[in-house]
Design a binder for this molecule. Sequence first.
Ligand code: NDP
Length: 480
Amino acid sequence: MEKISNYINGQWIAPVSGAYLDNVNPATGTVYSLIPDSDNRDVQLAVDAAKAAFENWSGLLPEKRHAVLARLADLIDRDADALSLAESIDQGKPVKLAKSMDIYRAGANIRFYATAAMHMASEAHASGNEAVNYTLRTPVGVAGCISPWNLPLYLFTWKIAPALAVGCTVVAKPSELTPMTAYLFTRLCREAGLPDGVLNVVQGLGPKVGQAIVDHPDIPAISFTGGTVTGKKITSSAGPMLKKLSLELGGKNPNIVFADADFEKAVSTSISSSFTNQGEICLCGSRILVEQSIYDRFVAEFVRQTRELVVGDPLDERTRIGALVSEGHLRKVLGYIDLAIQEGGKILTGGRQVTIPGRCEKGYFVEPTVITGLNQQCRTNQEEIFGPVVTIQPFESEEEAIRMANATTYGLSATLWTSHLTRAHRVSAKLKSGIIWVNCWLYRDLRTPFGGTRQSGVGREGGWEAMRFFTEAKNVCIRL
Ligand code: NDP
Protein backbone atom coordinates (compact mmCIF):
# COMPACT_ATOMS: atom_id res chain seq x y z
CA MET A 1 0.00 0.00 0.00
CA GLU A 2 1.32 3.45 -0.90
CA LYS A 3 2.83 5.41 1.99
CA ILE A 4 2.61 9.16 1.65
CA SER A 5 5.65 11.08 2.95
CA ASN A 6 6.18 14.47 4.44
CA TYR A 7 8.10 16.88 2.22
CA ILE A 8 10.71 18.71 4.26
CA ASN A 9 13.79 20.52 2.95
CA GLY A 10 13.25 19.03 -0.50
CA GLN A 11 13.19 15.45 0.82
CA TRP A 12 10.32 12.99 1.11
CA ILE A 13 10.65 11.70 4.62
CA ALA A 14 8.80 9.53 7.11
CA PRO A 15 7.28 11.09 10.25
CA VAL A 16 9.59 11.16 13.27
CA SER A 17 7.11 9.00 15.20
CA GLY A 18 7.17 6.35 12.46
CA ALA A 19 3.38 6.16 12.82
CA TYR A 20 0.84 6.31 9.99
CA LEU A 21 -2.88 6.91 9.65
CA ASP A 22 -5.28 5.21 7.25
CA ASN A 23 -6.34 7.14 4.17
CA VAL A 24 -9.81 6.01 3.12
CA ASN A 25 -11.34 6.22 -0.35
CA PRO A 26 -14.83 7.52 0.56
CA ALA A 27 -16.42 6.09 -2.59
CA THR A 28 -15.49 2.53 -1.61
CA GLY A 29 -15.04 2.84 2.16
CA THR A 30 -11.64 1.13 1.92
CA VAL A 31 -8.17 2.17 3.05
CA TYR A 32 -6.01 2.80 -0.01
CA SER A 33 -2.92 4.57 1.33
CA LEU A 34 -1.21 5.60 4.56
CA ILE A 35 -0.54 9.12 5.80
CA PRO A 36 2.21 10.24 8.19
CA ASP A 37 0.87 10.77 11.69
CA SER A 38 3.22 13.70 12.20
CA ASP A 39 3.64 15.81 15.31
CA ASN A 40 5.46 18.89 16.58
CA ARG A 41 8.85 17.29 15.91
CA ASP A 42 8.09 17.12 12.18
CA VAL A 43 6.79 20.69 12.28
CA GLN A 44 10.05 21.76 13.92
CA LEU A 45 12.07 20.14 11.10
CA ALA A 46 9.88 21.93 8.57
CA VAL A 47 10.28 25.29 10.32
CA ASP A 48 14.07 24.83 10.48
CA ALA A 49 14.13 24.12 6.73
CA ALA A 50 11.84 27.05 5.92
CA LYS A 51 13.91 29.45 8.02
CA ALA A 52 17.12 28.30 6.36
CA ALA A 53 15.63 28.77 2.88
CA PHE A 54 14.08 32.17 3.58
CA GLU A 55 17.02 34.48 2.94
CA ASN A 56 17.76 33.09 -0.48
CA TRP A 57 14.15 32.79 -1.67
CA SER A 58 13.05 36.20 -0.37
CA GLY A 59 16.13 37.83 -1.86
CA LEU A 60 15.60 36.55 -5.39
CA LEU A 61 14.61 38.93 -8.13
CA PRO A 62 10.83 38.62 -8.61
CA GLU A 63 11.26 37.26 -12.13
CA LYS A 64 13.20 34.29 -10.75
CA ARG A 65 10.35 33.42 -8.39
CA HIS A 66 7.97 33.98 -11.29
CA ALA A 67 9.87 31.53 -13.48
CA VAL A 68 9.72 28.68 -10.94
CA LEU A 69 6.04 29.24 -10.13
CA ALA A 70 5.07 29.55 -13.80
CA ARG A 71 6.79 26.22 -14.51
CA LEU A 72 4.90 24.71 -11.60
CA ALA A 73 1.58 25.89 -13.05
CA ASP A 74 2.46 24.31 -16.40
CA LEU A 75 3.31 21.03 -14.67
CA ILE A 76 -0.08 21.00 -12.93
CA ASP A 77 -1.72 21.40 -16.34
CA ARG A 78 0.47 18.66 -17.78
CA ASP A 79 -0.49 16.23 -14.98
CA ALA A 80 -4.13 17.29 -14.76
CA ASP A 81 -5.49 13.79 -15.45
CA ALA A 82 -3.42 12.09 -12.75
CA LEU A 83 -4.08 14.86 -10.22
CA SER A 84 -7.83 14.81 -10.95
CA LEU A 85 -7.96 11.07 -10.41
CA ALA A 86 -6.09 11.41 -7.11
CA GLU A 87 -8.35 14.25 -5.97
CA SER A 88 -11.46 12.23 -6.81
CA ILE A 89 -10.22 9.12 -4.99
CA ASP A 90 -9.21 11.11 -1.91
CA GLN A 91 -12.29 13.27 -1.58
CA GLY A 92 -15.13 11.39 -3.33
CA LYS A 93 -15.92 14.10 -5.89
CA PRO A 94 -16.70 13.20 -9.51
CA VAL A 95 -13.43 12.97 -11.43
CA LYS A 96 -14.89 15.18 -14.13
CA LEU A 97 -15.46 17.95 -11.57
CA ALA A 98 -11.99 17.45 -10.09
CA LYS A 99 -10.52 18.17 -13.51
CA SER A 100 -12.74 21.08 -14.51
CA MET A 101 -12.69 22.79 -11.12
CA ASP A 102 -10.08 21.72 -8.58
CA ILE A 103 -7.10 20.98 -10.74
CA TYR A 104 -7.82 23.62 -13.35
CA ARG A 105 -8.13 26.24 -10.61
CA ALA A 106 -5.07 24.96 -8.75
CA GLY A 107 -3.02 25.67 -11.89
CA ALA A 108 -4.75 29.04 -12.27
CA ASN A 109 -3.90 30.01 -8.67
CA ILE A 110 -0.22 29.28 -9.12
CA ARG A 111 -0.12 30.98 -12.53
CA PHE A 112 -1.89 34.10 -11.24
CA TYR A 113 0.54 34.58 -8.36
CA ALA A 114 3.52 33.67 -10.52
CA THR A 115 2.65 36.68 -12.62
CA ALA A 116 1.67 38.85 -9.67
CA ALA A 117 5.15 38.28 -8.21
CA MET A 118 6.50 40.55 -10.92
CA HIS A 119 3.92 43.30 -10.43
CA MET A 120 3.76 43.73 -6.70
CA ALA A 121 4.37 47.42 -5.96
CA SER A 122 4.18 49.69 -2.96
CA GLU A 123 3.28 53.32 -2.45
CA ALA A 124 5.17 56.59 -2.05
CA HIS A 125 3.71 59.83 -0.67
CA ALA A 126 5.25 63.25 -1.10
CA SER A 127 4.49 65.55 1.85
CA GLY A 128 4.75 68.77 -0.14
CA ASN A 129 8.36 69.95 -0.26
CA GLU A 130 9.05 68.68 3.22
CA ALA A 131 9.34 64.91 3.06
CA VAL A 132 8.92 61.76 1.05
CA ASN A 133 7.37 58.68 2.61
CA TYR A 134 7.52 55.30 1.02
CA THR A 135 6.19 51.94 2.10
CA LEU A 136 8.56 49.05 2.04
CA ARG A 137 6.83 45.68 1.98
CA THR A 138 8.98 42.73 2.93
CA PRO A 139 7.95 39.07 3.22
CA VAL A 140 6.95 38.23 6.76
CA GLY A 141 9.14 35.11 7.07
CA VAL A 142 7.84 31.55 7.41
CA ALA A 143 4.12 31.34 6.61
CA GLY A 144 1.83 28.67 8.07
CA CYS A 145 -0.85 27.52 5.62
CA ILE A 146 -3.62 25.14 6.75
CA SER A 147 -6.23 23.94 4.27
CA PRO A 148 -9.43 21.82 4.36
CA TRP A 149 -10.58 18.68 2.56
CA ASN A 150 -13.37 19.94 0.35
CA LEU A 151 -11.31 21.38 -2.53
CA PRO A 152 -7.96 19.90 -1.59
CA LEU A 153 -5.38 21.06 -4.14
CA TYR A 154 -7.37 24.13 -5.16
CA LEU A 155 -7.40 25.57 -1.63
CA PHE A 156 -3.91 24.33 -0.80
CA THR A 157 -2.51 26.29 -3.76
CA TRP A 158 -4.74 29.28 -2.96
CA LYS A 159 -3.00 29.55 0.42
CA ILE A 160 0.60 28.87 -0.54
CA ALA A 161 0.84 30.67 -3.91
CA PRO A 162 0.68 34.29 -2.66
CA ALA A 163 3.05 33.45 0.18
CA LEU A 164 5.62 31.96 -2.19
CA ALA A 165 5.15 34.79 -4.69
CA VAL A 166 6.07 37.53 -2.18
CA GLY A 167 9.10 35.59 -1.00
CA CYS A 168 7.88 33.80 2.13
CA THR A 169 8.82 30.23 2.75
CA VAL A 170 6.00 27.95 3.82
CA VAL A 171 5.07 25.19 6.22
CA ALA A 172 1.76 23.76 4.99
CA LYS A 173 -0.69 21.17 6.22
CA PRO A 174 -3.41 19.74 3.99
CA SER A 175 -6.41 18.04 5.59
CA GLU A 176 -5.67 14.61 6.95
CA LEU A 177 -8.72 13.37 4.99
CA THR A 178 -7.28 14.44 1.63
CA PRO A 179 -3.49 14.31 1.66
CA MET A 180 -2.75 12.83 -1.76
CA THR A 181 -2.74 15.77 -4.18
CA ALA A 182 -0.56 17.94 -1.94
CA TYR A 183 1.88 15.01 -1.83
CA LEU A 184 1.87 14.64 -5.64
CA PHE A 185 2.24 18.41 -5.90
CA THR A 186 5.54 18.27 -3.99
CA ARG A 187 6.93 16.11 -6.79
CA LEU A 188 6.04 18.85 -9.25
CA CYS A 189 7.72 21.42 -6.99
CA ARG A 190 10.95 19.50 -7.25
CA GLU A 191 10.61 19.19 -11.03
CA ALA A 192 9.85 22.92 -11.36
CA GLY A 193 13.06 23.76 -9.50
CA LEU A 194 11.57 25.15 -6.29
CA PRO A 195 14.60 25.37 -3.98
CA ASP A 196 14.74 22.98 -1.01
CA GLY A 197 13.00 24.22 2.10
CA VAL A 198 10.87 26.84 0.34
CA LEU A 199 7.72 24.70 0.60
CA ASN A 200 7.45 22.10 3.35
CA VAL A 201 4.38 19.90 3.66
CA VAL A 202 3.71 18.18 6.98
CA GLN A 203 0.89 15.65 6.84
CA GLY A 204 -1.24 14.56 9.77
CA LEU A 205 -3.97 15.50 12.18
CA GLY A 206 -5.25 19.02 12.79
CA PRO A 207 -5.00 19.05 16.58
CA LYS A 208 -1.39 17.77 16.37
CA VAL A 209 0.25 19.15 13.22
CA GLY A 210 -2.11 22.09 12.60
CA GLN A 211 -1.93 23.19 16.21
CA ALA A 212 1.88 22.87 16.25
CA ILE A 213 2.07 25.18 13.22
CA VAL A 214 -0.28 27.69 14.87
CA ASP A 215 1.69 27.59 18.14
CA HIS A 216 5.17 27.77 16.63
CA PRO A 217 6.87 31.03 17.67
CA ASP A 218 8.85 31.25 14.40
CA ILE A 219 5.74 31.26 12.19
CA PRO A 220 4.44 34.84 12.34
CA ALA A 221 1.54 34.50 9.87
CA ILE A 222 -1.19 31.86 9.66
CA SER A 223 -3.50 31.53 6.67
CA PHE A 224 -6.29 29.09 7.50
CA THR A 225 -9.32 27.81 5.62
CA GLY A 226 -11.72 25.51 7.44
CA GLY A 227 -14.61 25.43 9.88
CA THR A 228 -15.61 28.29 12.15
CA VAL A 229 -15.08 26.25 15.32
CA THR A 230 -11.49 25.45 14.31
CA GLY A 231 -10.99 29.08 13.26
CA LYS A 232 -11.94 30.25 16.75
CA LYS A 233 -9.59 27.74 18.32
CA ILE A 234 -6.75 28.96 16.11
CA THR A 235 -7.54 32.55 17.06
CA SER A 236 -7.39 31.73 20.75
CA SER A 237 -3.88 30.29 20.30
CA ALA A 238 -2.45 32.70 17.73
CA GLY A 239 -4.15 35.87 19.02
CA PRO A 240 -2.13 36.17 22.25
CA MET A 241 1.04 35.56 20.20
CA LEU A 242 0.03 38.58 18.04
CA LYS A 243 0.37 36.59 14.83
CA LYS A 244 -1.06 37.77 11.53
CA LEU A 245 -4.21 35.74 10.91
CA SER A 246 -6.30 35.20 7.81
CA LEU A 247 -9.34 33.01 8.43
CA GLU A 248 -11.65 31.71 5.71
CA LEU A 249 -14.43 29.91 7.56
CA GLY A 250 -17.85 28.34 7.12
CA GLY A 251 -21.03 29.70 5.57
CA LYS A 252 -24.80 29.30 5.37
CA ASN A 253 -25.31 31.12 2.16
CA PRO A 254 -28.63 32.47 0.87
CA ASN A 255 -29.67 32.10 -2.77
CA ILE A 256 -32.42 34.66 -3.47
CA VAL A 257 -34.66 34.30 -6.50
CA PHE A 258 -36.93 37.22 -7.44
CA ALA A 259 -39.93 36.72 -9.72
CA ASP A 260 -38.34 38.87 -12.45
CA ALA A 261 -35.30 36.56 -12.75
CA ASP A 262 -34.47 34.51 -15.83
CA PHE A 263 -36.34 31.45 -14.53
CA GLU A 264 -34.51 28.69 -16.43
CA LYS A 265 -31.09 30.10 -15.62
CA ALA A 266 -32.00 30.65 -11.97
CA VAL A 267 -33.17 27.04 -11.59
CA SER A 268 -30.30 25.37 -13.42
CA THR A 269 -27.59 27.44 -11.72
CA SER A 270 -29.28 26.91 -8.35
CA ILE A 271 -29.00 23.18 -8.94
CA SER A 272 -25.24 23.67 -9.35
CA SER A 273 -24.91 26.07 -6.43
CA SER A 274 -26.79 23.63 -4.18
CA PHE A 275 -25.23 20.31 -5.13
CA THR A 276 -21.84 20.77 -6.84
CA ASN A 277 -19.19 18.73 -5.02
CA GLN A 278 -22.03 17.07 -2.99
CA GLY A 279 -22.75 20.50 -1.49
CA GLU A 280 -19.29 20.44 0.09
CA ILE A 281 -18.24 23.90 -1.08
CA CYS A 282 -18.19 26.72 1.44
CA LEU A 283 -19.83 28.91 -1.24
CA CYS A 284 -22.80 26.60 -1.94
CA GLY A 285 -26.19 28.29 -1.49
CA SER A 286 -27.88 26.10 1.10
CA ARG A 287 -30.88 28.37 1.81
CA ILE A 288 -32.94 29.10 -1.28
CA LEU A 289 -35.39 32.00 -0.88
CA VAL A 290 -37.97 32.39 -3.64
CA GLU A 291 -40.48 35.17 -4.27
CA GLN A 292 -43.99 33.94 -3.45
CA SER A 293 -45.48 34.50 -6.92
CA ILE A 294 -43.09 31.97 -8.55
CA TYR A 295 -42.52 29.77 -5.50
CA ASP A 296 -44.65 26.75 -6.55
CA ARG A 297 -43.30 26.77 -10.10
CA PHE A 298 -39.71 27.12 -8.89
CA VAL A 299 -40.01 24.33 -6.33
CA ALA A 300 -41.60 21.92 -8.86
CA GLU A 301 -38.89 22.52 -11.46
CA PHE A 302 -36.07 22.50 -8.92
CA VAL A 303 -37.23 19.16 -7.50
CA ARG A 304 -37.62 17.71 -11.01
CA GLN A 305 -34.04 18.66 -11.92
CA THR A 306 -32.70 17.47 -8.55
CA ARG A 307 -34.17 14.02 -9.20
CA GLU A 308 -32.28 13.85 -12.49
CA LEU A 309 -28.87 14.24 -10.82
CA VAL A 310 -26.95 10.98 -11.03
CA VAL A 311 -25.54 9.84 -7.68
CA GLY A 312 -22.81 7.32 -8.36
CA ASP A 313 -19.25 6.18 -8.77
CA PRO A 314 -17.05 9.30 -8.91
CA LEU A 315 -15.00 7.70 -11.68
CA ASP A 316 -18.07 7.41 -13.93
CA GLU A 317 -18.27 10.42 -16.27
CA ARG A 318 -22.07 10.58 -15.87
CA THR A 319 -21.93 11.05 -12.11
CA ARG A 320 -22.99 14.46 -10.78
CA ILE A 321 -23.05 13.60 -7.04
CA GLY A 322 -20.14 11.57 -5.70
CA ALA A 323 -19.38 10.33 -2.19
CA LEU A 324 -19.25 12.45 0.96
CA VAL A 325 -15.71 12.78 2.26
CA SER A 326 -15.88 10.40 5.24
CA GLU A 327 -18.14 8.13 7.23
CA GLY A 328 -18.19 10.71 10.04
CA HIS A 329 -19.35 13.39 7.64
CA LEU A 330 -22.00 11.06 6.18
CA ARG A 331 -23.38 10.55 9.71
CA LYS A 332 -23.36 14.31 10.32
CA VAL A 333 -25.29 15.06 7.10
CA LEU A 334 -27.85 12.29 7.73
CA GLY A 335 -28.20 13.60 11.31
CA TYR A 336 -29.10 17.05 9.94
CA ILE A 337 -31.74 15.52 7.67
CA ASP A 338 -33.28 13.82 10.75
CA LEU A 339 -33.10 17.13 12.59
CA ALA A 340 -34.90 18.90 9.71
CA ILE A 341 -37.75 16.39 9.99
CA GLN A 342 -37.92 16.88 13.77
CA GLU A 343 -38.05 20.64 13.21
CA GLY A 344 -41.11 20.20 11.00
CA GLY A 345 -39.44 20.18 7.59
CA LYS A 346 -40.95 18.36 4.63
CA ILE A 347 -38.55 16.33 2.47
CA LEU A 348 -39.63 16.87 -1.16
CA THR A 349 -36.95 14.65 -2.60
CA GLY A 350 -33.90 12.76 -1.32
CA GLY A 351 -33.17 12.38 2.37
CA ARG A 352 -31.60 8.93 2.35
CA GLN A 353 -28.24 7.24 2.12
CA VAL A 354 -27.67 5.62 -1.28
CA THR A 355 -26.07 2.22 -1.89
CA ILE A 356 -24.29 2.05 -5.23
CA PRO A 357 -24.00 -1.57 -6.41
CA GLY A 358 -20.51 -2.84 -7.30
CA ARG A 359 -17.18 -1.43 -6.14
CA CYS A 360 -18.85 1.55 -4.40
CA GLU A 361 -21.38 -0.40 -2.33
CA LYS A 362 -19.64 0.57 0.94
CA GLY A 363 -19.22 4.23 -0.07
CA TYR A 364 -20.65 7.29 1.68
CA PHE A 365 -23.37 8.49 -0.71
CA VAL A 366 -26.43 10.62 0.10
CA GLU A 367 -29.30 11.60 -2.20
CA PRO A 368 -29.52 15.30 -3.07
CA THR A 369 -32.16 16.51 -0.66
CA VAL A 370 -34.69 19.34 -0.87
CA ILE A 371 -36.56 20.45 2.25
CA THR A 372 -39.38 22.98 2.66
CA GLY A 373 -41.50 24.23 5.54
CA LEU A 374 -38.72 25.48 7.83
CA ASN A 375 -38.28 29.02 9.11
CA GLN A 376 -34.89 30.75 9.10
CA GLN A 377 -34.44 30.49 12.86
CA CYS A 378 -34.38 26.68 13.11
CA ARG A 379 -31.04 24.88 13.43
CA THR A 380 -31.32 23.37 9.95
CA ASN A 381 -31.25 26.91 8.55
CA GLN A 382 -28.69 28.25 11.00
CA GLU A 383 -25.95 25.62 11.05
CA GLU A 384 -23.62 24.64 8.23
CA ILE A 385 -24.52 21.14 7.00
CA PHE A 386 -21.93 21.02 4.20
CA GLY A 387 -23.71 18.31 2.23
CA PRO A 388 -26.22 17.92 -0.62
CA VAL A 389 -29.06 19.38 1.42
CA VAL A 390 -30.97 22.61 0.70
CA THR A 391 -34.03 24.27 2.14
CA ILE A 392 -36.45 26.41 0.13
CA GLN A 393 -38.67 29.07 1.61
CA PRO A 394 -40.93 31.75 0.07
CA PHE A 395 -40.73 35.51 0.68
CA GLU A 396 -43.26 38.27 0.01
CA SER A 397 -41.15 41.40 -0.43
CA GLU A 398 -37.61 42.61 -1.05
CA GLU A 399 -37.32 43.68 2.59
CA GLU A 400 -38.36 40.26 3.79
CA ALA A 401 -35.87 38.56 1.43
CA ILE A 402 -33.03 40.69 2.82
CA ARG A 403 -34.13 40.02 6.39
CA MET A 404 -34.25 36.27 5.81
CA ALA A 405 -30.95 36.25 3.92
CA ASN A 406 -29.18 38.06 6.78
CA ALA A 407 -30.77 35.92 9.49
CA THR A 408 -27.69 33.82 10.32
CA THR A 409 -24.43 34.61 12.06
CA TYR A 410 -22.45 33.75 8.90
CA GLY A 411 -21.58 36.10 6.06
CA LEU A 412 -19.62 34.27 3.38
CA SER A 413 -21.50 34.56 0.07
CA ALA A 414 -24.94 35.24 -1.36
CA THR A 415 -26.49 34.74 -4.78
CA LEU A 416 -29.12 37.02 -6.21
CA TRP A 417 -31.39 36.37 -9.20
CA THR A 418 -33.16 39.38 -10.71
CA SER A 419 -33.33 41.25 -14.00
CA HIS A 420 -34.12 44.52 -12.17
CA LEU A 421 -30.88 46.53 -12.34
CA THR A 422 -31.39 48.88 -9.41
CA ARG A 423 -32.75 46.09 -7.23
CA ALA A 424 -29.57 44.10 -7.91
CA HIS A 425 -27.44 46.98 -6.62
CA ARG A 426 -29.77 47.85 -3.74
CA VAL A 427 -30.06 44.31 -2.39
CA SER A 428 -26.35 43.59 -2.89
CA ALA A 429 -25.50 46.58 -0.72
CA LYS A 430 -27.75 45.33 2.07
CA LEU A 431 -26.68 41.68 2.15
CA LYS A 432 -24.24 40.92 4.93
CA SER A 433 -21.94 38.72 2.86
CA GLY A 434 -18.37 39.06 1.69
CA ILE A 435 -19.13 37.86 -1.85
CA ILE A 436 -22.33 38.50 -3.81
CA TRP A 437 -23.04 36.90 -7.16
CA VAL A 438 -25.77 38.48 -9.29
CA ASN A 439 -27.28 36.11 -11.87
CA CYS A 440 -24.32 33.74 -11.63
CA TRP A 441 -22.48 31.59 -9.12
CA LEU A 442 -18.85 30.73 -8.40
CA TYR A 443 -17.51 33.08 -11.03
CA ARG A 444 -14.02 34.17 -9.94
CA ASP A 445 -11.60 36.85 -11.01
CA LEU A 446 -8.51 36.23 -8.93
CA ARG A 447 -7.74 39.96 -8.71
CA THR A 448 -10.79 40.54 -6.51
CA PRO A 449 -10.56 40.30 -2.74
CA PHE A 450 -12.17 37.11 -1.50
CA GLY A 451 -13.52 36.28 1.92
CA GLY A 452 -16.36 36.29 4.37
CA THR A 453 -17.64 38.61 7.07
CA ARG A 454 -19.01 37.92 10.57
CA GLN A 455 -18.59 34.21 11.56
CA SER A 456 -17.34 33.39 8.03
CA GLY A 457 -13.91 34.85 8.45
CA VAL A 458 -11.47 37.61 9.10
CA GLY A 459 -9.16 39.09 6.49
CA ARG A 460 -9.55 39.09 2.74
CA GLU A 461 -7.66 36.81 0.40
CA GLY A 462 -7.11 37.00 -3.34
CA GLY A 463 -5.38 39.58 -5.48
CA TRP A 464 -2.99 41.98 -3.76
CA GLU A 465 -4.75 41.50 -0.42
CA ALA A 466 -3.34 38.00 -0.12
CA MET A 467 0.16 39.06 -1.09
CA ARG A 468 0.10 41.97 1.33
CA PHE A 469 -1.04 39.64 4.09
CA PHE A 470 2.24 37.78 3.78
CA THR A 471 4.32 40.96 4.10
CA GLU A 472 5.07 43.45 6.78
CA ALA A 473 4.89 47.08 5.82
CA LYS A 474 7.49 49.57 6.94
CA ASN A 475 7.12 53.28 6.35
CA VAL A 476 10.32 55.13 5.54
CA CYS A 477 10.10 58.91 5.93
CA ILE A 478 12.84 61.05 4.41
CA ARG A 479 12.89 64.71 5.38
CA LEU A 480 13.90 66.80 2.38
P1 NDP B 1 -11.69 21.92 9.72
O1 NDP B 1 -11.80 23.24 10.41
O2 NDP B 1 -12.07 20.72 10.46
O3 NDP B 1 -10.20 21.68 9.22
C1 NDP B 1 -9.50 22.56 8.37
C2 NDP B 1 -8.03 22.30 8.51
O4 NDP B 1 -7.62 22.65 9.83
C3 NDP B 1 -7.64 20.84 8.33
O5 NDP B 1 -6.39 20.75 7.72
C4 NDP B 1 -7.60 20.35 9.76
O6 NDP B 1 -6.86 19.18 9.90
C5 NDP B 1 -6.98 21.53 10.44
N1 NDP B 1 -7.18 21.61 11.88
C6 NDP B 1 -8.10 20.99 12.66
N2 NDP B 1 -7.93 21.32 13.96
C7 NDP B 1 -6.89 22.20 14.01
C8 NDP B 1 -6.24 22.92 15.05
N3 NDP B 1 -6.61 22.82 16.32
N4 NDP B 1 -5.23 23.75 14.72
C9 NDP B 1 -4.85 23.89 13.45
N5 NDP B 1 -5.40 23.22 12.42
C10 NDP B 1 -6.42 22.39 12.69
O7 NDP B 1 -12.52 22.09 8.37
P2 NDP B 1 -12.83 20.95 7.32
O8 NDP B 1 -11.56 20.35 6.83
O9 NDP B 1 -13.89 20.09 7.89
O10 NDP B 1 -13.41 21.82 6.10
C11 NDP B 1 -14.72 22.18 5.98
C12 NDP B 1 -14.94 23.59 6.49
O11 NDP B 1 -14.13 24.50 5.78
C13 NDP B 1 -16.37 24.06 6.28
O12 NDP B 1 -16.81 24.73 7.43
C14 NDP B 1 -16.25 25.03 5.13
O13 NDP B 1 -17.26 26.00 5.07
C15 NDP B 1 -14.91 25.62 5.38
N6 NDP B 1 -14.39 26.21 4.15
C16 NDP B 1 -14.32 27.57 4.04
C17 NDP B 1 -13.89 28.15 2.86
C18 NDP B 1 -13.79 29.64 2.70
O14 NDP B 1 -13.14 30.08 1.75
N7 NDP B 1 -14.39 30.44 3.57
C19 NDP B 1 -13.52 27.33 1.70
C20 NDP B 1 -13.64 25.90 1.94
C21 NDP B 1 -14.05 25.38 3.13
P3 NDP B 1 -7.58 17.74 9.88
O15 NDP B 1 -8.42 17.69 8.68
O16 NDP B 1 -6.45 16.81 9.83
O17 NDP B 1 -8.36 17.68 11.14
